[in-house]
Design a protein around this ligand. Sequence first.
Ligand SMILES: [Mn+2]
Length: 429
Amino acid sequence: MTMISEDVVSRENDRRLADLKSDYAHLGAQLARRGVDIDAVKAKVAAYAVAVPSWGVGTGGTRFARFPGEGEPRNIYDKLEDCAVIQELTRATPTVSLHIPWDKVPDLKELKERGAALGLGFDAMNSNTFSDAPQQEHSYKYGSLSHASAATRQQAVEHNLECIAIGNALGSKALTVWIGDGTNFPGQANFTKSFERYLDAMKDIYKGLPDDWRLFTEHKMYEPAFYSTVVQDWGSNYLIAQELGPKAYCLVDLGHHAPNVNIEMIVARLIQFKKLGGFHFNDSKYGDDDLDTGSIDPYRLFLVFNELVDAEVRKAEGFSPAHMLDQSHNVTDPIESLMRSAMEVCRAYAQGLIVDRAALAGYQDGNDALMASETLKAGFRTDVEPILAMARLDAGGAIDPVATYRSAGYRAKVTGERPAVASGGGGIV
Ligand SMILES: [Mn+2]
């Protein structure tokens, strides 16, 4: 079954096919002069996948307000349908990353079958101990896995073990743990004791991890705590992965760093020491803005992918990062934002693939800073859109996903089926 009619996709593609073929041939000739086989790049792009977060298809908000969009998904089944639209048109997002308890359902078999019927699998599970669920015994107001109270920590551990059990039933192979634990005041908590308690709790979660699973820990510099967070930076994150063991890896969310931090170098370090677990892609200007991937600083995204391609090309040991989008869509149709973001990561990947790595290494070793920079930037400057569009077309997707989505009238259709949600107070999703 498809959410977007194949007739609409064909009609929209037919309108653009001649231009695409011409653009692809032209780019192919350009790349051939640079020693790059366009079909080989296209094949790699076609095999690339990035997971969509279930919470991403709902309209996001800030701590000031949330302005709901039209036809918002009511539950995980609606969310899966929206995620299927993204996959059908982009062919780059075959999996969905769930969030518990938001996506909790009584019948996991039904959920798995529904995903399969829509052509979707399940990516990393995300636990939530940064807010209180209804009827929860102990509050996370003052922390969860690092809480001073053993009973609260135990409750948080059990929640994570439940996420593993749910993921196991759905075919997931990873758990992502991000905690909101931290402080707003110097002196509010003892840094060392908090981190010791966190590590002890994480060891209990790690023990419950199946052999073929990976555990991703996600650091975040600030927010919701504004003075210190327990898992503050990639250094703390690396220490956690080292303490826990071989199934523990560091997850890099592009928005969770101080401004101007060299994220691509952090990526390189984690690859070198075999602890890069994966990514949450987004973009930002001032902080953890959760803006659309590649919308503010596409060059930074390219530089991250340059490190990933470098590791891929040299077959770096233990290199198998998970890729996911993690954004908040406050002023756009979330489906459109997620499609465009998925295409942006594909673009950065393709641009990384066409960098002349032999020439780059030569300039690096020869201390030719200008030509090294020029060689790297040549990849970023290349408009690889024909490669991305042709990969989508070959896989049954849309040459222009956003235009095709609008032409299909999906948002108007679901707006008629899904009741409007009242506007309300703050709340980032
Ligand atoms: Mn994240």
